[in-house]
Design a protein around this ligand. Sequence first.
Ligand SMILES: NC(=O)c1ccc[n+]([C@@H]2O[C@H](COP(=O)([O-])OP(=O)(O)OC[C@H]3O[C@@H](n4cnc5c(N)ncnc54)[C@H](O)[C@@H]3O)[C@@H](O)[C@H]2O)c1
Length: 329
Amino acid sequence: MIILTGAAGFIGFHTAKSLLDQGFIVAAIDNLNDYYDVSLKLARLEQLELYDNFTFEKIDIADQDAMRRFTAQHAQATHIVHLAAQAGVRHSFDDPYSYGQSNLVGHLNVLEMARHLPKLAHLVYASSSSVYGANTKQPFSIEDTVNEPVSLYAATKRSCELLTQSYAHLYNIPSTGLRFFTVYGPWGRPDMAYFSFTRNITEGKPITVFNHGDMQRDFTWIDDCVAGIISAMNTPPASGDAYCFGDAPHRVFNLGHNSPEDLMEFISVIENALGTTAEKKKEQMAPGDVEKTYADIDATTQILGYKPLTSIREGIPKFVAWYKDYYKV
Ligand SMILES: NC(=O)c1ccc[n+]([C@@H]2O[C@H](COP(=O)([O-])OP(=O)(O)OC[C@H]3O[C@@H](n4cnc5c(N)ncnc54)[C@H](O)[C@@H]3O)[C@@H](O)[C@H]2O)c1
């Protein structure tokens, strides 16, 4: 049995679906918060509820009592895939405490869950490329020092890694953190640029292009991301394995495409897929943002056999096709 947090979210939904298709029993939780359109979360859940091997409970991971009860009721679980979090860099300026609750208190409760599950073989959790913060060395490598977060979101994600390191060390919990790099695809997140650009263009509204378009992102197609999560799940580290931190059975991997794309090129791929041109409002760099992300995936390929297959030129048209169908554009 696999406990999956954040199942109503974008990556959680796709991961759950893939695990269910492979016949795993998935016990899922999510608090269905309204950070973005709740009906999209409910529509994702509706798809998952078609499976007999899927159960769902609405639980806030920051709720200690609910998490304790859920843990006791799922003592058979062998894996935790922890994807629930307060995501997004910009929202952390408006609602910092939601990041503290979900990403710090919530992550601690997931670690306590891991500590008290007698059959647990592996905890896999979401980190983020944002932990590289102000790092300038490219590509970003898991061996780089990551002490300069430039947003609260990034600081909480780095904290998740450090909290996990202490639990892996103290309680010998095999744990893997995955630093995702701008994951995109159907059923995606409305707060992310590819989604809001598509929405604005179809509604005839201008799009805001930060740093005057002088940005690069390493975009990761959702199916590549899910393949990486499931390979990680099947590859628990033992103390002393390659890339483990100190004596703890804990390591992190980058899950990116290893091929940064220019923002303006990315926009033109969306425009081509929609068959129209966007009105662009160019603005300065937004606080908390970074100019370029670029994933070094050598360790991910070596240990997890991870190979990203889909570029934005294939992925974006598939996203746009889903968007038009879902929103009846
Ligand atoms: N999508 C990306 O590009 C990306 C990049 C880097 C890291 N990540 C990380 O990957 C994970 C999944 O991201 P996503 O893009 O699917 O985001 P998402 O917002 O679509 O999914 C997160 C889910 O977690 C749930 N959630 C939030 N706080 C919760 C709480 N306190 N208790 C229970 N459920 C809670 C939300 O309701 C949501 O359904 C997150 O940890 C995110 O930080 C995502």
